[in-house]
Ligand binder design. Structure first.
Ligand code: TNX
Length: 555
């Protein structure tokens, strides 16, 4: 879609105040806007923008804005809004080569960032207007402004992502956007336990989440194959338990300073870190570190040493699940959990602690409930909201705690019973159905080679995108659903480049599922916008999967 054939993506919106959007349905996902006259001034945009997630409402007009040497970023709002202005400047300066001062005074050619208190815009909602001479971003919070900045970024040519000076022009199409998310939870999960990822790798992953307005980053910090977070009161968790990973590699762990660096990096991008310590199963690395945690097993051995073939192995480096467990009836277990949760809570500014709870196949149902009810009280005592995989709904979590549904079931299927139990217990639900949102599933047989699993089936890009979280499970509707999250388990993934092959393009779709109203999401239109990301990903060095379902430009 080139030249003057510009198009308008329009989710019909009737609103008197932006706070109360009335979606009037999608009148043809993509509508042609009148072609610009042949003599349209040179500020006309060169191509229709491919914004992901699609904004609630977006119209384009012939004339736009050009960033030039005299452009300034003008911020009105609290200090945090100035930081958002600096983020935008840091993004634009390397490729444009312009000074782009961030200032509070007026400018002739301004990108204006304004936190308003008129009450119509709340949370992550924002408005963005682009016209000759001015780009105006308005939101009720710095967070909303930050999301608006990601939209502006995608309205600019992809070459803006380069870290060296590029030739202009730096044209932004004339646009009016009014936007706000469907769900408050738009998450990405990364398993750093099966294979360790360095702080820089994790930051790189966060950078890409940022572009798509993802606002939760869930780190799976412990599993059978490795313990990844420093806990001062149990130092062998990392000294011993940090030293392994799937396949026998060296593993690794985050010091508390490393962890805080990740927390801060995410927070600077308005992303809340959700740390997970998996229990009562998936605990072999902890058991290997501390024999005292093995009082309930023969010879006080860590679980893996009771598995055939692993009797003499110092660590578990395979990919089986369900063989390990904390000892539910030993008081030391709760001293351990309390210490870990206390230290983790103290270094985690976000309100959530994820306690895993999945695949506890070596723990009886009765013991599981006993254990999780104790854990519920521990997490509450440290001032945090409990989150767990949907199995936690077997126990008695507090109202308002969160169940993460990973079942492949739909409709009335029994796999949805845990999520329905969660609803019955006044929990909230985050939807991560494995056959839609698990980005560690292969796309197709043998694709990509040597990466990904297929226990939940093959998940091509359309399958990943084309479903409605609010109509997925009978009895689990939008009033119970906090949002969506795309997990990336790392049994087969040894570094962040491999992670990206699996995550992209599907993670962009997960972000849109979480943000864009259902009526604004149409696969045939989305695949065209997705193709529009290719140039940006190429510049950012994302080794994404070129799905045959998507009309990618020739590379
Ligand atoms: C199931 S889903 C798991 C993980 C695996 C994953 C692989 C869930 C809560 N547990 O232990 O890594 O499948 O796809």
């Amino acid at each position: 879609m080139r030249g003057r054939e510009r198009k308008t993506l329009r989710v019909m919106v009737a609103s008197t105040a932006f706070g109360g959007l009335l979606l009037a349905g999608l009148a043809g996902a993509v509508q042609s806007a009148p072609a610009a006259p042949a003599d349209a001034e040179s500020d006309a945009a060169p191509a229709a923008p491919s914004v992901i997630p699609a904004p609630v409402s977006m119209t384009t007009s012939p004339n736009g804005f050009r960033i030039g040497p005299d452009t300034a970023i003008v911020v009105r709002g609290p200090e945090r809004a100035v930081a958002v202005g600096e983020f935008l400047a840091d993004l634009l300066r390397p490729s444009t080569g312009y000074a782009l001062p961030v200032q509070t005074g007026p400018a002739a050619n301004a990108i204006a960032l304004h936190v308003t208190s008129d009450g119509e815009l709340t949370g992550e909602a924002y408005e963005l207007d682009v016209a000759p001479g001015v780009v105006a971003l308005r939101a009720g919070t710095p967070e909303g402004l930050f999301r608006a900045v990601q939209t502006l970024r995608q309205l600019l040519p992809a070459k803006v992502e380069h870290d060296s000076v590029q030739p202009g022009p730096w044209q932004v199409p004339g646009t009016h956007i009014a936007d706000a998310p469907r769900y408050q939870w738009r998450g990405a999960h990364l398993d750093v336990a099966r294979h360790f990822m360095s702080v820089d790798e994790v930051k790189r992953y966060i950078d890409l989440l940022t572009l798509y307005k993802i606002n939760r980053f869930h780190m799976h910090l412990s599993d059978d194959q490795g313990w990844r977070i420093q806990i001062d009161s149990w130092p062998d968790l990392t000294r011993i338990g940090g030293g392994s990973e799937v396949g026998g590699g060296a593993g690794g762990f985050y010091t508390k300073d490393d962890y805080r660096e990740i927390v801060d990096y995410a927070a600077d991008r308005f992303i809340t870190l959700v740390p997970e310590i998996d229990m009562p199963g998936h605990t072999d690395a902890a058991e290997t570190s501390y024999p005292v945690l093995n009082s309930c097993r023969p010879d006080n051995l860590p679980s893996h040493r009771l598995l055939e073939g692993w009797e003499d192995e110092p660590y578990y480096t395979g990919t089986g699940v369900g063989f390990s467990a904390l000892c539910v009836h030993d008081p030391v277990t709760y001293e351990f959990v309390d210490d870990v949760v206390r230290e983790l809570a103290a270094m985690t500014p976000g309100p959530y602690i994820h306690v895993g709870g999945d695949e506890a196949h070596s723990t009886s149902d009765e013991d599981y409930i006993t254990f999780m009810d104790r854990v519920r009280d521990i997490v509450a005592a440290h001032g945090k909201t409990l989150m767990g995989w949907a199995e936690v709904a077997q126990a008695n979590p507090l109202p308002g705690s969160i169940a993460q549904n990973w079942s492949t079931a739909t409709g009335n299927g029994s796999g949805g019973n845990l999520a329905r139990s969660a609803v019955a217990k006044d929990m909230k639900v985050v939807m991560s159905p494995a056959n839609r949102l698990y980005v560690d599933m292969k796309y197709a047989p043998g694709v990509p080679p040597n990466l990904g699993l297929s226990w939940a089936g093959f998940v091509e890009v359309q399958r990943s995108y084309d479903w409605n979280p609010g109509a997925h499970l009978t009895g689990v509707t939008d009033s119970h659903i906090l949002g969506v999250e795309a997990p990336l388990w790392s049994e087969t993934v040894t570094n962040i480049d491999e992670a990206e092959v699996l995550a992209y393009p599907r993670l962009a779709g997960a972000a849109e599922i979480g943000w864009t109203p259902q009526s604004g999401r149409v696969w045939e239109e989305y695949r065209v916008r997705l193709a529009g990301q290719a140039e940006r990903w190429d510049i950012l060095g994302v080794d994404f999967y070129r799905s045959p379902q998507v009309p990618w430009p020739a590379s």
